[in-house]
Design a binder for this molecule. Structure first.
Ligand code: BGC
Length: 424
C-alpha cells in the first residue's frame, strides 16, 4: 500500500476505482482499529455506543482517538500511519476528503453492503452521494451535524424576557440587552476553524446557498470580489464587539464557558449539545438551540462518515460488519442521540428527537435547496482550499488593520491559483 500511495503522490497518478473486495478468508481479524477525532465527553459516549454494538457482533473496536476539534490532528496521524504502512482498519474521513482518499485507491468498496441495505433508498440523497466515488460506495455514513446552530442560555433569556434572535437586527437588540444586564452576549474562540465556522454561517445568512456554493464549492474568484463577501466580513468584524474576551479555546472549553454563563450565546455545531447533555444540562431546560439568525430554513451540514482502509482480505469481514451496522435504524437512533447529530436515514422518526434534532432533521429533509455544505468540515472543498480560506479569514478577524478589500483581493488571487492547480 505504501508504494502505491507514494507512487500516486510522486507521479500524480490516481486509481479511479475503489479497491475490489477480495474474497473473505477463514482467518479474519476479530478486531478493528478505528481512528477518529471524538475525544470530548459527549463524543466519547457516542463512540462507545458504536464500540459496544460492534462488540456484540464479535468484533473488538480498538479505539484510536486523536485530539483536535474538526479533525486537525486525526488527518495528520492518518496520513503518517498510511505512509508508514500501518493503516487503521477504519477511519473517520469526511466530505470531499473521502473522494481524495478513494482517488488514491486506498478505500475498500462497499457496493454489496450498500445494495443489501438499500442505501440508495434509505439514505438522504446528499448523504448517499457523499459516500460514493465514481459510482461506488466507499464509506459508511454515521450522522448529520448542523453547523448553523445558535445555542442560547434559556433560563437567562427567560429571566430577561428575551427571545432567540431570528435576524441580525434582533441579534443586536438582544445583545444590547444582555450587555446591559452584565452578560457577555457571545462566546467565541479565536481558534482558526472556530472563527471560520462563524464566518461560513455569516456568508450563508447574508447571501443564501447559491452564492455560498459559488464561493466555497465552485471557488469562484468572481464570488470573492462580490459585495456580499464584503458584507459578511464586515459583519464578522462587527460581531467582535459582542464577544466575551477572545482566547484560543478548544471547542469543549468554549462550551464549558457558555455553560458557566460566561456568555449567553454560542455558535457551534450541534455536537456541543451532546457535550452539554453529558454535563447534565438538558436540552430546553438550561439551554436551547435555534438556527443562526437569517438561516431558519437552511441547514449548514457536516456528515460524519467512516471509511475502511486495507488491501488485505483479513479485515474485510469486520469492516463490512461495521459498515452495515452503523446504518441500521437502531444504531442510527442511539448513536445520533448521544452525538448531538441526526439520522442519515430518510425513514427516521423525528417525533422521538429533542427540539434541536427535530428541527435539524426536518430542515435537512427539505432537500438540496435547503442544504449548504460546511467548508470548515470539509463538505465543500478540498483540504488545501479549505485551509487557505480559513487562514485568510482568521488573519482578517485577528488583525483590525486588514481591510475587507484586502481580504477580497487576496482571496480572489488564492482561488484563481487553486483553480489553475485543479485544472492541471
Ligand atoms: C465532526 C464531528 C466532531 C466535530 C468536533 C466535526 O468535523 O463531524 O463529529 O464532533 O468535528 O471535533
Amino acid at each position: 500500500m505504501r508504494g502505491r500511495l507514494l507512487r500516486a503522490a510522486l507521479l500524480g497518478l490516481a486509481c479511479a476505482a475503489p479497491l475490489p473486495a477480495l474474497p473473505s478468508t477463514e482467518s479474519h481479524d476479530a478486531s478493528l482499529q478505528v481512528l477518529h477525532w471524538w475525544t470530548s465527553a459527549g463524543e466519547r459516549r457516542a463512540a462507545k455506543i458504536l464500540a459496544t454494538r460492534l462488540g456484540e457482533e464479535g468484533i473488538e473496536w480498538k479505539d484510536n482517538a486523536v485530539p483536535g476539534g474538526a479533525g486537525l490532528g486525526a488527518g495528520k496521524v492518518l496520513k503518517s500511519r498510511v505512509l508508514a504502512g500501518d493503516s487503521p482498519g477504519a477511519t473517520q474521513i469526511i466530505g470531499v476528503s473521502v473522494g481524495e482518499w478513494a482517488e488514491l485507491g486506498l478505500l475498500r468498496g462497499f457496493d454489496s453492503v450498500a445494495a443489501a441495505g438499500n442505501w440508495n433508498r434509505v439514505l438522504f440523497p446528499t448523504v448517499y452521494s457523499l459516500v460514493q466515488h465514481h459510482g461506488h460506495v466507499v464509506a459508511a455514513p454515521l450522522g448529520i451535524h448542523r453547523i448553523n446552530t445558535l445555542f442560547y442560555n434559556r433560563k437567562l433569556f427567560t429571566r430577561l424576557q428575551l427571545s432567540p434572535p431570528s435576524n441580525w437586527a434582533e441579534f443586536e437588540q438582544v445583545s444590547r440587552k444582555l450587555r446591559a444586564a452584565g452578560v457577555a452576549p457571545l462566546m467565541q474562540s479565536s481558534e482558526p476553524w472556530q472563527v471560520a465556522t462563524l464566518f461560513e454561517n455569516l456568508v450563508l445568512a447574508e447571501s443564501g446557498p447559491e452564492y455560498y456554493r459559488d464561493l466555497f464549492v465552485r471557488l469562484s474568484p468572481q464570488a470573492a470580489s462580490d459585495k456580499r463577501l464584503r458584507e459578511a466580513l464586515f459583519r464578522l468584524r462587527g460581531m467582535k464587539g459582542w464577544m466575551a474576551p477572545l482566547e484560543e479555546l478548544s471547542w469543549p472549553d468554549a462550551v464549558r464557558r457558555f455553560s458557566r454563563r460566561e456568555a449567553a450565546m454560542l455558535v457551534m455545531g450541534d455536537w456541543a449539545k451532546a457535550e452539554l447533555n453529558e454535563w447534565g444540562f438538558a436540552t430546553d431546560d438550561e439551554f436551547s438551540c435555534a438556527p443562526m439568525p437569517g438561516t431558519a430554513k437552511l441547514h449548514l451540514y457536516s456528515v460524519d462518515t467512516l471509511a475502511m482502509l486495507g488491501t488485505d482480505s483479513s479485515r474485510m469481514a469486520a469492516q463490512e460488519k461495521l459498515a452495515k451496522l452503523v446504518v441500521t435504524p437502531a444504531v442510527q437512533q442511539q448513536f445520533n442521540a448521544a452525538k448531538g447529530a441526526v439520522s442519515v436515514r430518510r425513514d427516521a422518526d423525528p417525533t422521538g428527537m429533542d427540539s434541536c434534532a427535530r428541527d435539524s432533521w426536518t430542515t435537512f429533509a427539505g432537500g438540496a435547496a435547503a442544504q449548504a455544505p460546511s467548508l470548515v468540515h470539509r463538505m465543500a472543498a478540498d483540504e488545501e482550499s479549505r485551509d487557505a480560506i480559513i487562514a485568510e479569514v482568521h488573519r482578517y478577524f485577528m488583525n483590525d488593520s486588514i481591510t475587507e478589500a484586502d481580504v477580497q483581493r487576496r482571496l480572489a488571487a488564492v482561488l484563481r491559483a487553486l483553480n489553475l492547480r485543479r485544472r492541471k
